[in-house]
Design a protein around this ligand. Structure first.
Ligand code: GLN
Length: 247
């Protein structure tokens, strides 16, 4: 009997130590770390505005916090399947996505822009028709090319990869969210950005049917906006990711 008890204790301890199973109470964030300043890699660590927002939610719920990075296409599926609790990756709220996940209140107003070579300036959306356009796969930039221009984009893994294709002449233009676009063109004297071609808002996405979690996220975002902390993180991580670009 005693031995059985000891074995049972050892098993419980093993589960607790391995950090999985019922003892792992972590709030898991899923993101895509090629999107500065919202998420990017500082060495091996995923950092950025979205990471801090999700960490603040975990703090509010008194739960440990973990962040993991995958390709952008896999971010929303990870919360639908329950692999992660929060998806935050500069995710634009769209009617289509609302069919599959619930969104928090938005935390940023933003949009997408065209990145072009100064040698062949972009002035008008009509110019994009029939051109090779690099986009990050699964994003609203991809949707723009498919739905507004009614053509196939050149799909890349990140805004930076799309910009590399532009510099190499493999695509004519790139479409991307403005903040990673700004980061990509920093220090690139030959490249420039257009004005917004859409108007979008970012929010945190979760699996449907979790009103308490949604409320905790909404309250956290409202507090971070009111206290000025969100604006501080935006400044801090923009500065840090710009510096990483300089290296
Ligand atoms: N905001 C864009 C979208 O939601 C891009 C996000 C991203 O690439 N991380 O589609």
């Amino acid at each position: 009997m005693k031995i059985l008890k000891m074995l049972a204790c050892a098993a419980v301890a093993a589960v607790a130590l391995s950090g999985c199973g019922p003892k792992d109470n972590s709030l898991k964030m899923i993101t895509e770390a090629t999107f500065p300043p919202y998420e990017f890699l500082r060495g091996q660590e995923v950092v950025g505005i979205d990471v801090e927002i999700c960490r603040a939610v975990a703090r509010k719920l008194n739960r440990p916090f973990k962040a993991e990075t995958v390709d952008f296409d896999s971010v929303i599926p990870a919360v639908i399947s329950g692999k992660a609790d929060l998806a935050a990756a500069g995710i634009t709220v769209t009617e289509d996505r609302k069919k599959n996940v619930d969104f928090s209140i938005p935390y940023v107003k933003t949009g997408i822009v065209v990145i072009f070579k100064k040698a062949s300036p972009f002035t008008d959306a009509a110019q994009l028709k029939g051109k090779k356009i690099g986009v990050q796969s699964g994003t609203t930039s991809e949707t723009y090319v498919l739905e507004q221009l009614k053509q196939e984009p050149e799909r890349c893994k990140s805004p930076a990869e799309a910009v590399a294709a532009l510099k190499a002449g493999r695509v004519d233009f790139v479409i991307s969210d403005i903040d990673p676009a700004k980061n990509c063109v920093k220090g690139e004297a030959d490249l420039a950005l257009s004005d917004f071609i859409t108007s979008e808002e970012y929010a945190v996405a979760i699996r449907k049917g979790q009103p308490e979690l949604l409320k905790a996220i909404d309250e956290t975002i409202a507090e971070l906006k009111k206290s000025g902390q969100l604006a501080k993180w935006i400044r801090q991580f923009t500065e840090e990711s710009d510096k990483l670009k300089d290296k």
